[in-house]
Structure formats: structure tokens, C-alpha cells
Ligand binder design. Structure first.
Ligand SMILES: [Zn+2]
Length: 345
């Protein structure tokens, strides 16, 4: 689906160490990443004699090298005083610990995101593997994907510096003032459990993190830790509940480019999931596993890494329909979940 949003700077992109001032006092940096999603946007917000940083990038050698330059060129006279993590994913807070050691900044996150980061970082691999295997077996992923477990394990730890053991909690009534601008936190789940976006009403700027990307849809997936979770419901509630004027609002996302056109984008995202729900529902005309539904939703060949995301996305759509009572779930004799639409029974 081609999004009709308006990129504020057109095709112009900042280089990793030369930012674009995307709004008064807000520098947009684009850090490279060694994964398929090959970059992340981070923002430095001028705060009198200091900076506030929104997200950090992943703990990989290229990001660290880039940060060494940014620290030297931009923060020598004006230090980073606060780091706000939109959510716990490694590209967003992977370098929080590393930066805090160098800058003395405070980390600000929602409590659930901080706990998720700590949990993911400290999780014991041996126990996880057993549970993970059960989750994928129930989904009908069998022998053909047998490398799945070996290729995953706790890779979170490989992508982050030690997650800080001390943080400041962003709550509903937390007002964040940065350089005279007041930012109101807006929480949302689906992509992660308690993602923070920040909105400045006066200048109509929304720091969107991963929730309102202009072109790609954020991953909305069920993971082995919460197999019966319903993240899609959370994400759709967030989209329906956003009450922000659309026309002039500048959205500063964590990936792709800053844009205008919030209401168009919200409609796109809702429609995307609605059509995925339809495919899922129609696939359940007869009892099927999550794996066979996945093959209808994702028609290309997937490697082990991609299967993890694809099956998670598939189960997110299935669980949404399960909760609505449109689909039922039974355990087959060989211990796989079989889904069937109630309409076809
Ligand atoms: Zn994310």
C-alpha cells in the first residue's frame, strides 16, 4: 500500500554524523544499522545548556563509532542530560547504558518498557529455549524450520550495552519540558508493551518512535513469552484513540523520514491490519495451523529470523479473532493448535 504522506524534507536525508535541524532546536540524525531495517532516526532536542536524546541506536561497532563522533562534535559544550527511550527494542535503547557511562545522563522510560529491557537483557537462555520451542511447535512449525531455535536464543543481549539498573519513570501525568517546549506522553501497546510517543501541542510535533512510521508498518507480533497475548487490539486502540490535529502535525518517526499526514497514515495502518485479519479469517475455513495461515499472509521465502517475526505477526491476527470469538482453537493429537472460523463450523 502506497502511503500518501508528505515528507517534510522530501528525499533529503541526514548523514550519520551531520544532522538536519528538522524543527527549531531539534536535530535529526540517521544512524546505520547492520540489519534489514538499515537505519534508525535519533533526535537531539536542545534543552538550554544541555541536550535531551530520543532513542540511542543499537550497540554495534558502527553505531558506537558514529556516536564517538557525535559526542565529540555536538555534546562537548552542551552535554546530553536526558535520554528518553521510546521502547525497549535494541535499536532504541541499545546504547543507553553505553551513553550513560559517558555522559552522566538520566534514562527516562515507561516502567514496563524499562522492565522489559532489563528482563530481556538478563533472561536465562536455557529455560527460554524450552519454552520457545513449545511455542513454535504449537504453531505448527516443524522439522523444516528446525534451525529456528538454534538461530535465535537470547540475541537481545548481543544488540544492547548493559541495560541501566536505574531509570526515571514516564507516567501519564509526567510533563516533560525541553527547551521551553512541553511534551505530553502518549502511551500505546502492540509493537511493544508500553511504547511512549511525545506530543508538543504548541508547535504540533509528535515524536512517534515506532508507532507511526510513514511507510512500513511496525511489527505487531505475539512472542513466546505471552503466547495468548492480543497486541493487535492494543495497537488498534492506540490508533483509534489518538486525538491529535492531523493537518500541520509534524511526525518525527524512528525509521524512514519525518512527515505530515497523520490521519492518512492512521487510516492506512488500520486498513492494513483489517485486510490481514480478513486473510487470516478466510484461511480458517477448515482447521489449520498458524504455520499454514502464515504461508497465506507471507508468500515469499522466509529465513529463520524472518519466520520468527512472520509467525508472531500471524498469531497476533489469529489471537485478535480468537478474542472476538470469530475463530476457535483446538489442540490436535500431535500437539499443534488448529484454528477454525466459527462461521465455517
Ligand atoms: Zn521497535
Amino acid at each position: 500500500m502506497q502511503s500518501l504522506v508528505n515528507y517534510i524534507k522530501g528525499d533529503e536525508l541526514p548523514s550519520p554524523t551531520t544532522p538536519i535541524e528538522i524543527a527549531e532546536g531539534i536535530l535529526w540524525f540517521r544512524l546505520p544499522m547492520p540489519i534489514a531495517l538499515d537505519h534508525i532516526n535519533i533526535y537531539l532536542l536542545e534543552d538550554n545548556d544541555g541536550w535531551v536524546l530520543i532513542d540511542t541506536g543499537m550497540a554495534d561497532p558502527v553505531s558506537i563509532e558514529t556516536w564517538e563522533i557525535i559526542l565529540k562534535e555536538y555534546t562537548a559544550k552542551r552535554p546530553i542530560k536526558k535520554i528518553i527511550g521510546t521502547h525497549f527494542h535494541p535499536d532504541h535503547v541499545g546504547l543507553a547504558g553505553w551513553l550513560i557511562e559517558r555522559t552522566d545522563a538520566d534514562l527516562w522510560m515507561s516502567q514496563i518498557e524499562w522492565l522489559s529491557a532489563r528482563q530481556a537483557y538478563l533472561d536465562a537462555e536455557e529455560i527460554s529455549l524450552v519454552r520457545m520451542k513449545k511455542f513454535y511447535n504449537l504453531a505448527g512449525l516443524g522439522a523444516e524450520e528446525k534451525n529456528l531455535y538454534h538461530e535465535i536464543g537470547n540475541d537481545y543481549r548481543d544488540m544492547v550495552s548493559p541495560v541501566p539498573s536505574v531509570y526515571n519513570r514516564i507516567e501519564n501525568d509526567t510533563i516533560i519540558t525541553i527547551g521551553g517546549r512541553t511534551w505530553q506522553p502518549i502511551f500505546g501497546s502492540g509493537h511493544s508493551p508500553d511504547h511512549v510517543t511525545l506530543y508538543n501541542e504548541k508547535d504540533q510535533i509528535l515524536l512517534g518512535g515506532d508507532m507511526l512510521l510513514p511507510r512500513i508498518t511496525p511489527i505487531i507480533a505475539v512472542w513466546w513469552q505471552e503466547p495468548d497475548g492480543n497486541p493487535l487490539d492494543g495497537f488498534l486502540k492506540f490508533l483509534h484513540g489518538l486525538n491529535i490535529p492531523s493537518k500541520e502535525t509534524r511526525i518525527l518517526p524512528a525509521h524512514d523520514r519525518p512527515y505530515k499526514g497523520l490521519s492518512i497514515r492512521i487510516t492506512d495502518l488500520i486498513q492494513h491490519h483489517q485486510s490481514r485479519l480478513e486473510i487470516t479469517f478466510n484461511a480458517c475455513n477448515e482447521p489449520v495451523t498458524a504455520c499454514s495461515i502464515m504461508k497465506k499472509l507471507f508468500k515469499r521465502d522466509l529465513d529463520a529470523f524472518q519466520i520468527r517475526f512472520a509467525i508472531g505477526e500471524t498469531i497476533a491476527h489469529i489471537n485478535y479473532l480468537l478474542r472476538k470469538g470469530e475463530v476457535t482453537r483446538d489442540l490436535s493429537p500431535d500437539k499443534q493448535y488448529l484454528y477454525q472460523s466459527t462461521a465455517s463450523k
